[in-house]
Design a protein around this ligand. Structure first.
Ligand SMILES: [Zn+2]
Length: 451
């Protein structure tokens, strides 16, 4: 009997302490050996000469719309795109499917769809909405990795935002559920609603008006409230898609004051500016919105200082038609980015900082695995799941619409070039993407919180 199912030979392994020329042996979906000149027989060999072997990306912020809105995005198409980009585990947000993942029944439906259709591993966020506080404990028992709430209008009727009272109640309840984190979309509803109404009522509905309706100030008000309530209730929080340096400052200060808080940003806030809206229109519409070049540079400064904990794609897909029309306020709010989280992050961070690949892998793999307690995931070490990506940094690989695997093929990244290229992606040792082709063999597994 062979010693390994798969060996990856002659690559540079990005392990827990650095980058080393090593071979890596896999059996039963687990990393069994990381050694120089690994001996032993294997069923399958991957030659990784000139490539890096990096931990599989954990995209802790994706919106898969299945069940219910699968024509926007499904587990199958979304996870193929993930696999093509080196992502081995996605964590799905509770908002965009029907039903929304706010109770046990909805959780079971979501999980079943994922188990049937998701190519990579997946975990689930549960939702916190004003009237489901009684459901949180059962969602926790079922294995969600945390909860998500909106502090401003989510755009989805079945997922209303929380006000300060319901947020505080929810936080009190979540604080009692061991290990749970509350992820927050932090923009102040009162301010964004007031400004949006003013612009819409006066007939000013182009993208500049939209940008002006969602100022940095709205983020700061909400982040301050979240920090205050977290301090009061002891509920750990994770502020998703922070778009501005000032927001990171508040979070860093809260960390110093012992608040259990982490910050996520997304590739689009690091890679694109408001200029993308001029080029792409609503395809580049998201909330919080893209910021001006000075704000983006300021966010990079925070990034370089290590003040951001995780990177997620915030893949928020929709039908192509929902990105069209004269009224910018009516267009769907969200950027489709599941396929390019690693491509953009590894390429740009390498270019704009002196970080090692190990440093970068922490934001994309290790930190999400630790913060959301995904067992055996997040780093390349003997005994961990063999979730990895064989990648190189060669040339300038162009992003094209034809190369997109997700359902509705729009992207504000089309035409951009990046050196990072995923050559092969393995989920627990199973190849899901190799040499430009999806390997449609088998399905991912539901990853339960902690166990
Ligand atoms: Zn999101």
């Amino acid at each position: 009997m062979p010693d390994f199912d798969t060996v990856i030979l002659r690559g540079t392994v990005v392990g827990p302490t650095g980058e080393y020329p090593m071979d890596l042996g896999i059996a039963d979906g687990i990393i069994q050996a990381i050694e120089k000149d690994l001996s032993g027989q294997a069923n399958h060999e991957i030659l990784a000469e000139g490539c890096f072997v990096i931990p599989g990306i954990i995209d802790s912020h994706v919106h898969i719309n299945e069940p219910g809105n699968t024509d926007w995005e499904g587990f199958e198409t979304g996870s193929k795109a993930a696999a093509a980009g080196g992502t081995t585990c996605i964590i799905d947000m509770p908002i965009n499917s029907l039903p929304t993942t706010i109770n046990a029944e909805a959780f079971h439906k979501k999980k079943e769809h994922g188990e049937n259709n998701c190519l990579v591993d997946f975990a689930l966020w549960g939702g916190l909405v004003p009237d489901n506080i009684g459901q949180l404990e059962s969602l926790w028992e079922l294995g969600v990795i945390g909860f998500k709430a909106f502090m401003s209008n989510s755009g989805i009727k079945k997922f209303p935002c929380v006000d300060t009272t319901s947020l505080k109640k929810g936080m009190k309840a979540i604080a009692k559920l061991e290990g749970m984190v509350l992820a927050l979309h932090a923009e102040d509803d009162a301010l964004t609603a007031k400004l949006s109404k003013q612009y819409i009522q006066s007939g000013n509905t182009n993208y500049t008006d939209f940008l002006n309706s969602r100022p940095i100030e709205a983020e700061l008000i909400a982040i301050k409230t979240a920090i205050e309530l977290s301090g009061e209730t002891g509920c750990p929080i994770h502020i998703v898609h922070v778009s501005c340096a000032e927001g990171i400052d508040l979070i860093t200060e809260a960390k110093q004051n012992k608040v259990d808080i982490t910050a996520e940003t997304c590739p689009h806030y690091l890679c694109l500016t408001t200029e993308a809206l001029d080029q792409w229109g609503a395809i580049a519409k998201c909330a919080p919105p893209l910021r001006n070049p000075f704000a983006v540079e300021a966010l990079w400064e925070k990034f370089r200082k290590g003040e951001i904990d995780t990177l997620g794609s915030d893949h928020s897909p929709c039908l192509d038609v929902m990105k069209k029309g004269e009224d910018f306020f009516k267009a769907w709010c969200g950027i489709s980015g599941i396929q390019h989280l690693a491509t953009i992050s590894y390429s740009l961070i390498r270019e704009k900082t002196n970080w090692s690949l190990l440093d970068i892998s922490k934001l994309l793999s290790t930190h999400p695995a630790e913060r959301f307690q995904l067992p055996r995931k997040g780093k390349l070490e003997v005994g961990m799941d063999a979730d990895l990506c064989v990648a190189n940094f060669k040339g300038r690989n162009s992003i094209s619409s034809e190369g997109l695997y997700y359902k509705n093929k729009h992207s504000p990244y089309v035409g951009l070039h990046f050196p990072f290229q995923a050559k092969e992606t393995l989920v627990r040792g199973r190849s899901v993407f190799a040499d430009g082709t999806i390997q449609n063999n088998g399905r991912g597994k539901f990853i339960r919180f902690r166990i």
